[in-house]
Ligand binder design. Structure first.
Ligand code: PGA
Length: 223
């Protein structure tokens, strides 16, 4: 039985109270569906999510969506990796929205990866195509074609699988996940590809009920 990795990215959505309600709703939908699930939540919701996940005995792993490229210090407004240690286990780095709206460069991505790793936080490095460089010692790569994000037009599972094969040749030993318009309906077509280890999804993670259904669908996959 394949255990796919499902990563939900709430992006800039949900207050701490809404996050708490989401977790309660998910819990009340039934038993844990099986797969490994990471939710990447906004910083203000991180501690409440950690508390509620433990209280409700949910198997979610927690991630964040950004980290400072610098160590702690005089960097107004930044959240350093040291502040996140013990709270987040994963961190999205190099998402195309960060690159587009916050001028995140390949060089910044490299620095962020280093910072995250120094705090035992596993980077999920997002690449937009085969030419996006992946920093050293990264073992979790999310391929997300820009045109597929939030568009309702996912890549084809066949092409995503081909990308996985090409990217693995460049970065052997990495886990490869696909992202871009993944839904409860199409998830199995991606994770049933032998080359694809999981999915990263935004919009489909916002409603607890449909996300539960998505995770349950993912649990039916066999290899
Ligand atoms: P989407 O976003 O699932 O809403 O297309 C994916 C992402 O941006 O990670």
């Amino acid at each position: 039985m394949k255990k796919p990795l499902i990563i939900g990215n709430w992006k800039s959505n949900k207050t701490p109270l809404e996050a708490e309600q989401w977790l309660n709703t998910f819990k009340n939908l039934g038993d844990w569906p099986g797969p490994e699930v990471v939710i990447c939540v906004p910083f203000p919701a991180l501690t409440i999510c950690q508390t509620i996940i433990a209280e409700l005995n949910l198997a979610f792993k927690l991630g964040v969506q950004n980290v400072s490229p610098f160590d702690s210090g005089a960097y107004t407004g930044e959240v350093s990796a040291r502040m996140l240690a013990g709270l987040a286990q994963y961190c999205l780095i190099g998402h195309s929205e960060r690159r587009k709206y916050f001028a995140e460069s390949d060089e910044t991505v490299k620095l962020k990866v280093k910072q995250a790793q120094s705090a035992n936080i596993r980077p999920i490095v997002c690449i937009q195509d085969e030419s996006t460089p992946v920093p050293d010692n990264v073992d979790l790569i999310a391929y997300e074609p820009i045109w597929a994000i939030g568009s309702g037009k996912p890549d084809t599972p066949k092409h995503a699988s081909q990308m996985a094969e090409n990217i693995r040749k460049k970065y052997p030993g990495s886990l490869f996940i696909y992202g871009g318009s993944v839904t409860a309906t199409n998830i199995t077509s991606f994770i049933s590809q032998a080359n694809i280890d999981g999915v990263l999804l935004g919009g489909a993670s916002l409603e607890a009920k449909s996300f539960y259904e998505l995770v349950r669908n993912a649990a039916t996959i066999q290899t």
